[in-house]
Design a protein. Structure first.
Length: 420
Protein backbone atom coordinates (compact mmCIF):
# COMPACT_ATOMS: atom_id res chain seq x y z
CA UNK A 1 0.00 0.00 0.00
CA UNK A 2 1.16 3.55 -0.71
CA UNK A 3 -0.41 4.50 2.62
CA UNK A 4 0.23 2.41 5.73
CA UNK A 5 -2.51 1.61 8.21
CA UNK A 6 -1.62 1.97 11.87
CA UNK A 7 -3.55 1.29 15.06
CA UNK A 8 -1.85 2.48 18.23
CA UNK A 9 -3.05 2.89 21.77
CA UNK A 10 -3.45 1.47 25.25
CA UNK A 11 -6.18 -0.64 26.84
CA UNK A 12 -7.18 -2.43 30.04
CA UNK A 13 -4.77 -5.28 29.23
CA UNK A 14 -1.68 -3.13 28.77
CA UNK A 15 -2.12 -0.11 31.04
CA UNK A 16 -3.33 0.61 34.60
CA UNK A 17 -6.49 2.67 35.06
CA UNK A 18 -4.48 5.73 36.22
CA UNK A 19 -2.74 5.90 32.85
CA UNK A 20 -5.93 5.17 30.90
CA UNK A 21 -7.56 8.13 32.64
CA UNK A 22 -4.71 10.42 31.58
CA UNK A 23 -4.76 9.09 28.01
CA UNK A 24 -8.49 9.61 27.40
CA UNK A 25 -9.73 12.00 24.72
CA UNK A 26 -12.70 13.86 26.18
CA UNK A 27 -15.59 14.35 23.70
CA UNK A 28 -15.08 18.12 23.71
CA UNK A 29 -11.47 17.84 22.44
CA UNK A 30 -11.98 14.97 19.98
CA UNK A 31 -12.65 17.08 16.87
CA UNK A 32 -9.70 19.34 17.68
CA UNK A 33 -7.42 16.32 18.19
CA UNK A 34 -8.45 14.79 14.85
CA UNK A 35 -7.80 18.09 13.10
CA UNK A 36 -4.39 18.38 14.78
CA UNK A 37 -3.05 14.93 13.87
CA UNK A 38 -3.98 15.40 10.20
CA UNK A 39 -3.02 19.09 9.93
CA UNK A 40 0.48 18.58 11.35
CA UNK A 41 1.26 15.97 8.69
CA UNK A 42 1.45 12.94 11.00
CA UNK A 43 -1.53 11.20 9.40
CA UNK A 44 -3.49 11.53 6.17
CA UNK A 45 -6.55 9.97 7.79
CA UNK A 46 -7.42 9.46 11.46
CA UNK A 47 -10.12 8.21 13.84
CA UNK A 48 -9.94 8.02 17.65
CA UNK A 49 -11.69 5.48 19.89
CA UNK A 50 -11.66 6.60 23.53
CA UNK A 51 -13.51 4.67 26.25
CA UNK A 52 -12.88 3.89 29.92
CA UNK A 53 -11.06 0.71 28.89
CA UNK A 54 -9.11 1.86 25.82
CA UNK A 55 -7.76 4.80 23.86
CA UNK A 56 -6.84 3.97 20.26
CA UNK A 57 -5.86 5.99 17.21
CA UNK A 58 -6.52 4.44 13.80
CA UNK A 59 -4.70 6.28 11.05
CA UNK A 60 -3.46 6.18 7.51
CA UNK A 61 0.18 7.28 7.48
CA UNK A 62 3.29 7.24 5.34
CA UNK A 63 5.71 4.50 6.44
CA UNK A 64 8.16 7.19 7.53
CA UNK A 65 5.72 8.82 10.00
CA UNK A 66 4.98 5.84 12.28
CA UNK A 67 7.27 7.16 15.03
CA UNK A 68 5.74 10.62 14.59
CA UNK A 69 2.27 9.19 15.32
CA UNK A 70 3.45 7.87 18.68
CA UNK A 71 5.16 11.19 19.48
CA UNK A 72 1.96 13.03 18.60
CA UNK A 73 -0.11 10.76 20.88
CA UNK A 74 2.13 11.54 23.85
CA UNK A 75 2.54 15.24 23.03
CA UNK A 76 -1.15 15.93 22.50
CA UNK A 77 -2.19 14.21 25.72
CA UNK A 78 0.77 15.77 27.61
CA UNK A 79 2.15 12.36 28.58
CA UNK A 80 5.77 11.45 29.25
CA UNK A 81 6.74 9.40 26.18
CA UNK A 82 9.29 7.32 28.11
CA UNK A 83 6.69 6.38 30.71
CA UNK A 84 3.92 5.63 28.19
CA UNK A 85 5.84 3.65 25.56
CA UNK A 86 6.01 0.39 27.58
CA UNK A 87 2.19 0.36 27.69
CA UNK A 88 1.58 1.33 24.06
CA UNK A 89 0.84 -1.17 21.31
CA UNK A 90 1.34 -0.53 17.60
CA UNK A 91 -0.37 -2.63 14.93
CA UNK A 92 0.58 -1.92 11.30
CA UNK A 93 -1.42 -2.85 8.19
CA UNK A 94 -2.96 -6.37 8.45
CA UNK A 95 -2.47 -6.40 12.24
CA UNK A 96 -4.32 -3.06 12.47
CA UNK A 97 -7.22 -4.51 10.46
CA UNK A 98 -7.29 -7.64 12.61
CA UNK A 99 -7.22 -5.53 15.78
CA UNK A 100 -10.15 -3.36 14.64
CA UNK A 101 -12.19 -6.45 13.74
CA UNK A 102 -11.43 -8.10 17.11
CA UNK A 103 -12.24 -4.98 19.12
CA UNK A 104 -15.60 -4.43 17.40
CA UNK A 105 -16.51 -8.11 17.83
CA UNK A 106 -15.89 -7.94 21.59
CA UNK A 107 -12.89 -10.29 21.48
CA UNK A 108 -10.55 -7.70 23.03
CA UNK A 109 -12.95 -6.57 25.76
CA UNK A 110 -12.72 -7.01 29.52
CA UNK A 111 -15.99 -8.97 29.28
CA UNK A 112 -15.57 -11.32 26.32
CA UNK A 113 -18.18 -10.66 23.65
CA UNK A 114 -19.70 -7.53 25.22
CA UNK A 115 -21.65 -5.51 22.63
CA UNK A 116 -21.12 -1.93 23.89
CA UNK A 117 -17.76 -1.44 22.18
CA UNK A 118 -19.33 -1.80 18.72
CA UNK A 119 -21.54 1.22 19.39
CA UNK A 120 -18.56 3.14 20.73
CA UNK A 121 -16.57 2.40 17.57
CA UNK A 122 -19.50 3.53 15.42
CA UNK A 123 -19.61 6.80 17.38
CA UNK A 124 -15.83 7.23 16.91
CA UNK A 125 -16.09 6.72 13.16
CA UNK A 126 -19.07 9.09 12.91
CA UNK A 127 -17.08 11.79 14.75
CA UNK A 128 -14.03 11.33 12.49
CA UNK A 129 -16.16 11.30 9.35
CA UNK A 130 -17.92 14.49 10.44
CA UNK A 131 -14.53 16.08 11.17
CA UNK A 132 -13.43 15.20 7.63
CA UNK A 133 -10.44 13.12 8.75
CA UNK A 134 -11.42 9.82 7.13
CA UNK A 135 -10.78 8.87 3.52
CA UNK A 136 -10.79 5.83 1.28
CA UNK A 137 -8.78 3.61 3.66
CA UNK A 138 -10.50 4.33 6.98
CA UNK A 139 -13.97 4.56 5.44
CA UNK A 140 -13.52 1.07 4.06
CA UNK A 141 -11.85 -0.20 7.26
CA UNK A 142 -14.68 0.89 9.55
CA UNK A 143 -17.45 -0.23 7.17
CA UNK A 144 -15.81 -3.64 7.02
CA UNK A 145 -15.28 -3.63 10.79
CA UNK A 146 -18.99 -3.12 11.45
CA UNK A 147 -19.86 -5.76 8.87
CA UNK A 148 -17.47 -8.32 10.40
CA UNK A 149 -18.80 -7.64 13.91
CA UNK A 150 -22.33 -8.30 12.63
CA UNK A 151 -21.25 -11.59 11.03
CA UNK A 152 -19.54 -12.66 14.27
CA UNK A 153 -22.69 -11.86 16.28
CA UNK A 154 -24.93 -13.66 13.79
CA UNK A 155 -22.81 -16.74 13.06
CA UNK A 156 -21.41 -17.46 16.54
CA UNK A 157 -22.77 -17.59 20.09
CA UNK A 158 -20.33 -14.92 21.28
CA UNK A 159 -23.07 -12.79 22.86
CA UNK A 160 -25.73 -15.40 23.49
CA UNK A 161 -25.10 -16.09 27.18
CA UNK A 162 -24.79 -13.93 30.29
CA UNK A 163 -21.22 -13.51 31.53
CA UNK A 164 -21.67 -11.04 34.38
CA UNK A 165 -23.51 -11.56 37.64
CA UNK A 166 -25.89 -8.71 36.79
CA UNK A 167 -26.74 -10.01 33.32
CA UNK A 168 -27.06 -13.58 34.67
CA UNK A 169 -29.61 -12.35 37.24
CA UNK A 170 -31.73 -10.74 34.52
CA UNK A 171 -31.38 -13.77 32.24
CA UNK A 172 -32.70 -16.03 35.02
CA UNK A 173 -35.58 -13.60 35.66
CA UNK A 174 -36.55 -13.87 31.99
CA UNK A 175 -36.45 -17.67 32.18
CA UNK A 176 -38.81 -17.66 35.16
CA UNK A 177 -41.25 -14.98 33.99
CA UNK A 178 -40.67 -15.04 30.21
CA UNK A 179 -42.12 -11.54 29.65
CA UNK A 180 -40.80 -8.83 31.98
CA UNK A 181 -42.88 -5.98 30.59
CA UNK A 182 -45.65 -6.43 33.18
CA UNK A 183 -43.38 -7.27 36.11
CA UNK A 184 -42.13 -5.11 38.98
CA UNK A 185 -38.60 -5.35 40.36
CA UNK A 186 -37.43 -4.19 43.78
CA UNK A 187 -33.74 -3.25 43.78
CA UNK A 188 -32.24 -3.13 47.27
CA UNK A 189 -29.09 -0.98 47.37
CA UNK A 190 -27.86 1.68 44.94
CA UNK A 191 -24.28 0.68 44.20
CA UNK A 192 -22.58 -0.29 40.95
CA UNK A 193 -23.96 -3.86 40.83
CA UNK A 194 -27.54 -2.67 41.34
CA UNK A 195 -27.04 -0.01 38.67
CA UNK A 196 -25.83 -2.70 36.24
CA UNK A 197 -28.89 -4.81 37.05
CA UNK A 198 -31.11 -1.79 36.46
CA UNK A 199 -29.54 -1.23 33.05
CA UNK A 200 -29.99 -4.86 32.02
CA UNK A 201 -33.60 -4.81 33.24
CA UNK A 202 -34.32 -1.58 31.35
CA UNK A 203 -32.85 -3.10 28.18
CA UNK A 204 -35.23 -6.04 28.66
CA UNK A 205 -38.28 -3.74 29.02
CA UNK A 206 -39.02 -4.36 32.70
CA UNK A 207 -42.46 -2.98 33.62
CA UNK A 208 -41.60 -1.04 36.78
CA UNK A 209 -38.65 -0.52 39.15
CA UNK A 210 -38.48 0.35 42.83
CA UNK A 211 -35.09 1.32 44.33
CA UNK A 212 -34.72 0.94 48.10
CA UNK A 213 -31.62 2.27 49.83
CA UNK A 214 -30.50 3.31 53.30
CA UNK A 215 -29.82 6.79 51.87
CA UNK A 216 -32.94 7.87 49.98
CA UNK A 217 -31.03 10.61 48.10
CA UNK A 218 -28.77 7.96 46.52
CA UNK A 219 -31.84 5.86 45.63
CA UNK A 220 -33.44 8.92 44.00
CA UNK A 221 -30.29 9.56 41.96
CA UNK A 222 -30.40 6.05 40.50
CA UNK A 223 -34.20 5.95 40.18
CA UNK A 224 -34.20 9.17 38.11
CA UNK A 225 -32.27 7.47 35.29
CA UNK A 226 -34.80 4.66 34.97
CA UNK A 227 -38.15 6.27 35.83
CA UNK A 228 -38.23 4.23 39.06
CA UNK A 229 -39.67 4.82 42.53
CA UNK A 230 -37.16 5.63 45.28
CA UNK A 231 -37.85 4.50 48.84
CA UNK A 232 -35.95 4.05 52.11
CA UNK A 233 -35.12 0.63 53.57
CA UNK A 234 -37.70 1.23 56.31
CA UNK A 235 -40.42 1.48 53.62
CA UNK A 236 -39.26 -1.73 51.90
CA UNK A 237 -41.49 -4.22 53.87
CA UNK A 238 -44.60 -2.27 52.77
CA UNK A 239 -43.63 -2.42 49.10
CA UNK A 240 -42.27 -5.99 49.08
CA UNK A 241 -45.55 -7.53 47.95
CA UNK A 242 -45.48 -5.35 44.81
CA UNK A 243 -42.29 -7.04 43.68
CA UNK A 244 -42.22 -10.01 41.32
CA UNK A 245 -38.42 -9.79 41.33
CA UNK A 246 -36.12 -8.71 44.18
CA UNK A 247 -32.41 -8.10 43.61
CA UNK A 248 -30.35 -7.12 46.65
CA UNK A 249 -26.76 -5.92 46.91
CA UNK A 250 -25.89 -3.85 49.99
CA UNK A 251 -22.89 -3.61 52.30
CA UNK A 252 -24.92 -4.66 55.35
CA UNK A 253 -23.20 -7.12 57.68
CA UNK A 254 -26.56 -8.66 58.66
CA UNK A 255 -29.49 -9.91 56.54
CA UNK A 256 -31.99 -7.13 55.79
CA UNK A 257 -34.72 -9.36 54.36
CA UNK A 258 -36.02 -12.18 56.57
CA UNK A 259 -38.30 -15.17 56.15
CA UNK A 260 -41.17 -13.52 58.02
CA UNK A 261 -41.27 -10.43 55.78
CA UNK A 262 -41.24 -12.58 52.63
CA UNK A 263 -44.00 -14.84 54.02
CA UNK A 264 -46.23 -11.80 54.61
CA UNK A 265 -45.52 -10.50 51.11
CA UNK A 266 -46.39 -13.89 49.59
CA UNK A 267 -49.67 -13.93 51.50
CA UNK A 268 -50.55 -10.45 50.16
CA UNK A 269 -49.63 -11.62 46.66
CA UNK A 270 -51.85 -14.71 47.05
CA UNK A 271 -48.74 -16.80 46.48
CA UNK A 272 -47.88 -15.46 43.06
CA UNK A 273 -44.22 -16.53 42.56
CA UNK A 274 -41.32 -14.27 43.54
CA UNK A 275 -37.78 -14.43 42.17
CA UNK A 276 -35.12 -13.25 44.64
CA UNK A 277 -31.44 -12.69 43.85
CA UNK A 278 -28.98 -12.07 46.67
CA UNK A 279 -25.77 -10.67 45.18
CA UNK A 280 -24.42 -9.41 48.51
CA UNK A 281 -21.53 -10.88 50.49
CA UNK A 282 -22.35 -11.42 53.34
CA UNK A 283 -25.96 -12.28 52.49
CA UNK A 284 -28.76 -9.71 52.45
CA UNK A 285 -31.54 -12.34 52.37
CA UNK A 286 -31.91 -15.01 55.06
CA UNK A 287 -31.08 -18.50 53.80
CA UNK A 288 -34.40 -19.82 55.14
CA UNK A 289 -36.31 -17.70 52.58
CA UNK A 290 -35.34 -20.28 49.95
CA UNK A 291 -37.42 -22.91 51.82
CA UNK A 292 -40.70 -21.07 51.11
CA UNK A 293 -43.10 -22.28 48.43
CA UNK A 294 -43.38 -20.05 45.34
CA UNK A 295 -39.96 -18.53 46.04
CA UNK A 296 -36.98 -18.83 43.70
CA UNK A 297 -33.89 -17.70 45.64
CA UNK A 298 -30.47 -17.45 44.00
CA UNK A 299 -27.24 -16.38 45.68
CA UNK A 300 -24.13 -14.84 44.17
CA UNK A 301 -22.49 -18.31 44.16
CA UNK A 302 -25.36 -19.73 42.10
CA UNK A 303 -24.97 -16.93 39.59
CA UNK A 304 -21.19 -17.34 39.43
CA UNK A 305 -21.69 -20.99 38.43
CA UNK A 306 -23.98 -19.83 35.61
CA UNK A 307 -21.46 -17.17 34.55
CA UNK A 308 -18.57 -19.65 34.56
CA UNK A 309 -20.47 -22.11 32.37
CA UNK A 310 -21.50 -19.34 29.98
CA UNK A 311 -17.93 -18.03 29.79
CA UNK A 312 -16.80 -21.44 28.50
CA UNK A 313 -19.46 -21.18 25.81
CA UNK A 314 -18.26 -17.71 24.83
CA UNK A 315 -14.64 -18.82 24.66
CA UNK A 316 -15.62 -21.58 22.22
CA UNK A 317 -17.55 -19.01 20.17
CA UNK A 318 -14.51 -16.70 20.25
CA UNK A 319 -12.42 -19.39 18.54
CA UNK A 320 -14.99 -19.52 15.72
CA UNK A 321 -14.98 -15.71 15.56
CA UNK A 322 -11.18 -15.63 15.18
CA UNK A 323 -11.44 -17.85 12.08
CA UNK A 324 -14.05 -15.51 10.53
CA UNK A 325 -11.82 -12.51 11.27
CA UNK A 326 -8.73 -14.14 9.72
CA UNK A 327 -10.60 -14.64 6.42
CA UNK A 328 -11.98 -11.09 6.45
CA UNK A 329 -8.52 -9.60 7.13
CA UNK A 330 -7.15 -11.33 4.02
CA UNK A 331 -10.06 -9.95 1.96
CA UNK A 332 -9.47 -6.41 3.23
CA UNK A 333 -5.72 -6.51 2.58
CA UNK A 334 -6.32 -7.83 -0.92
CA UNK A 335 -8.50 -4.78 -1.57
CA UNK A 336 -5.95 -2.44 0.07
CA UNK A 337 -3.08 -3.76 -2.05
CA UNK A 338 -5.18 -3.39 -5.20
CA UNK A 339 -5.10 0.37 -4.57
CA UNK A 340 -1.40 0.35 -5.48
CA UNK A 341 -2.36 -0.51 -9.07
CA UNK A 342 -4.88 2.33 -9.38
CA UNK A 343 -2.41 5.11 -10.40
CA UNK A 344 -0.82 2.83 -13.02
CA UNK A 345 -4.21 1.83 -14.44
CA UNK A 346 -5.29 5.47 -14.53
CA UNK A 347 -2.09 6.52 -16.33
CA UNK A 348 -2.49 3.71 -18.88
CA UNK A 349 -6.07 4.71 -19.61
CA UNK A 350 -5.19 8.41 -19.83
CA UNK A 351 -2.39 7.66 -22.34
CA UNK A 352 -4.64 5.44 -24.47
CA UNK A 353 -7.44 8.04 -24.38
CA UNK A 354 -5.07 10.83 -25.47
CA UNK A 355 -3.84 8.73 -28.45
CA UNK A 356 -7.41 7.89 -29.41
CA UNK A 357 -8.58 11.51 -29.33
CA UNK A 358 -5.60 12.68 -31.40
CA UNK A 359 -6.11 10.02 -34.09
CA UNK A 360 -9.88 10.47 -34.21
CA UNK A 361 -9.42 14.21 -34.81
CA UNK A 362 -6.89 13.46 -37.60
CA UNK A 363 -9.30 10.95 -39.21
CA UNK A 364 -12.17 13.45 -39.02
CA UNK A 365 -10.08 16.08 -40.85
CA UNK A 366 -9.21 13.61 -43.64
CA UNK A 367 -12.87 12.70 -44.07
CA UNK A 368 -13.81 16.41 -44.29
CA UNK A 369 -11.27 16.74 -47.14
CA UNK A 370 -13.07 13.98 -49.04
CA UNK A 371 -10.55 11.17 -48.50
CA UNK A 372 -11.76 7.59 -49.09
CA UNK A 373 -13.51 6.50 -45.79
CA UNK A 374 -12.19 2.96 -46.14
CA UNK A 375 -8.58 4.16 -46.39
CA UNK A 376 -9.10 6.61 -43.50
CA UNK A 377 -10.43 3.81 -41.27
CA UNK A 378 -7.54 1.50 -42.21
CA UNK A 379 -5.02 4.26 -41.45
CA UNK A 380 -6.77 5.03 -38.11
CA UNK A 381 -6.66 1.36 -37.06
CA UNK A 382 -2.99 0.99 -38.14
CA UNK A 383 -1.89 4.18 -36.38
CA UNK A 384 -3.71 3.29 -33.14
CA UNK A 385 -2.15 -0.19 -33.15
CA UNK A 386 1.36 1.17 -33.79
CA UNK A 387 1.15 3.90 -31.14
CA UNK A 388 -0.37 1.65 -28.45
CA UNK A 389 2.22 -1.09 -28.98
CA UNK A 390 5.30 1.04 -29.66
CA UNK A 391 6.50 1.58 -26.09
CA UNK A 392 5.66 -1.95 -24.81
CA UNK A 393 7.45 -3.42 -27.86
CA UNK A 394 10.60 -1.36 -27.19
CA UNK A 395 10.62 -2.40 -23.52
CA UNK A 396 10.11 -6.09 -24.40
CA UNK A 397 12.98 -6.01 -26.95
CA UNK A 398 15.24 -4.57 -24.25
CA UNK A 399 14.04 -7.24 -21.79
CA UNK A 400 14.87 -9.95 -24.32
CA UNK A 401 18.32 -8.40 -24.81
CA UNK A 402 18.87 -8.28 -21.03
CA UNK A 403 17.55 -11.82 -20.49
CA UNK A 404 14.72 -10.51 -18.27
CA UNK A 405 12.50 -13.61 -18.45
CA UNK A 406 10.22 -12.37 -15.62
CA UNK A 407 9.20 -9.27 -17.55
CA UNK A 408 8.60 -11.28 -20.72
CA UNK A 409 6.46 -13.75 -18.77
CA UNK A 410 4.56 -10.89 -17.12
CA UNK A 411 3.84 -9.38 -20.54
CA UNK A 412 2.38 -12.68 -21.75
CA UNK A 413 0.07 -12.79 -18.73
CA UNK A 414 -0.78 -9.09 -18.97
CA UNK A 415 -1.79 -9.24 -22.65
CA UNK A 416 -3.11 -12.83 -22.46
CA UNK A 417 -0.67 -14.04 -25.18
CA UNK A 418 -0.24 -17.67 -26.20
CA UNK A 419 3.16 -19.37 -25.98
CA UNK A 420 3.30 -19.98 -29.76
Amino acid sequence: MNMQLLALGINHKTAPVELREQAAFAPEILTEALADITACGVANEAAIVSTCNRTEVYCGISPSTEAAAIDWFCRYLKLDANEVRPYLYEHPDALAVQHAFRVASGLDSMVLGEPQILGQMKDAFAAAHKAGTTGKILNRLFQQTFSVAKVVRTDTAIGASAVSVASAAVTLAKQIFNDLSEKTVLLIGAGEMIELCARHLAENQIGHMIVANRTVERAELLARDFGADAISLTEMPMRLSDADIVISSTASQLPILGKGAVERALKERKHRPMFLVDIAVPRDIEKEVGELRDIYLYTVDDLKDVVQENMKSRQEAAQEAEKIIDVKVVEFMRWAHSLDAVPTIRALRDTATAIRETELARAARLLEKGEDPKKVMEQLARTLTNKLTHDPTAVLRQADHDGDAKLLDAARRLFNLSDD
